[in-house]
Design a protein around this ligand. Structure first.
Ligand code: ZN
Length: 330
């Protein structure tokens, strides 16, 4: 049995302890930092409200980590506004409509990549894509791994691939595709073509009334726009995409398929914001590959990285929320 004065002392002490604990728990970041903890991850995901214009879910011909439905579910849980599904060999207009039906509460778009599997730069493929029921077919990517630039850079410099412009003039098929994009108010995304082709297509696209143009991962080695060319195409109304995947590529990257792509990291984004301007840039992930973080995780990491490189939240919002929404006609 304790005597009364000792009991009183103990209860006074625990009262003081409880008070201190209460203060600690009721306060936020700074108090935790004072006692030696770094700030915990924010309860609201930095991906909330973001539209990722470049994700690669399953089903696919390459190893992917999540299906359309799984990815849409994770993205919705993090409060993301939307996703653009990309597949190098078949249209995603149909599956975008299905995924959106299965995961209500998030916007999902698809499109078509003009590789050999759909007949290359094939106006008929674009025409049928945008007519798909559900109306989610919105993006037309120029050739990626079948493009001349991609093949010469990554396969064999003596081989050739699909071209969309020659000597600064778009090919007749490209001209037809641009007319459909303009008429249906679709989004032109430039894929993996030569930088001179990017300039030619954007120029002709603008002349034909194409409103929404995105230069696919414009600053890495494919397409490899110079700063001059980047300024030239943004002056003609195109936006330049920078993908989180390219924050991790380069000779030291963990997977062989990542080693031949130039790294364009958070520092490069900060520089691009200064040189080109956030109003002309779009940040997306290009993620979904087997073994990599999911695209919504990629968005969270990308936000953290570019913030640490000195980019403001306002510029991040412009590049991840406002510009994708503008391109998609929201
Ligand atoms: Zn991609």
């Amino acid at each position: 049995m304790m005597n009364t004065s000792r009991k009183l002392r103990l209860s006074k002490m625990s009262g003081t302890l409880l008070l201190a604990l209460g203060t600690l728990l009721s306060s936020t970041g700074p108090a935790l930092a004072q006692v030696g903890f770094p700030p915990p991850p924010p309860r609201i995901s930095p991906a909330a409200g973001v539209i990722d214009m470049h994700v690669h879910p399953d089903p696919d011909v390459f190893g992917r980590s999540l299906t359309d439905i799984e990815l849409a579910t994770v993205a919705r849980r993090k409060g993301m506004r939307g996703l653009v599904l990309k597949n190098h060999v078949v249209t995603t207009a149909d599956r975008a409509a299905l995924a959106m039906q299965q995961v209500p509460g998030i916007e999902i778009w698809g499109g078509i990549v003009l590789n050999s599997s759909v007949g290359g730069v094939n106006p008929a493929a674009v025409e049928w894509m945008h007519r798909m029921s559900g109306g989610r077919g919105k993006i037309v990517w120029l050739p990626t791994f079948d493009s001349d630039k991609h093949i010469k850079t990554l396969v064999d410099k003596n081989k050739s691939g699909l071209r969309v412009a020659i000597d600064g003039k778009v090919t007749p098929e490209m001209e037809e595709v641009l007319k459909i994009i303009a008429r249906e108010n679709l989004v032109l995304a430039t894929g993996h073509v030569h930088p001179e082709e990017v300039v030619a297509v954007v120029k002709r696209g603008r002349e034909l009334g194409v409103k929404n143009m995105l230069v696919t991962h414009g600053l890495t080695n494919i397409p490899g726009l110079s700063l001059e060319q980047a300024k030239q195409v943004t002056a003609m109304g195109a936006k330049i995409e920078i993908c989180y995947l390219q924050f991790m590529t380069g000779p030291q990257a963990q997977y062989p398929w990542m080693t031949h792509w130039d790294r364009v990291d958070a520092k490069a984004v900060a520089q691009a914001v200064k040189d080109i301007g956030a109003e002309h840039l779009v940040l997306s992930t290009d993620l979904g590959q087997q073994g990599m973080m999911t695209p919504p995780d990629g968005i969270e990491n990308q936000v953290a990285a570019v913030k640490a490189a000195g980019v403001s939240q306002a510029d991040i919002d412009t590049m991840m929320k406002r510009n994708p929404a503008l391109l998609l006609g929201l």
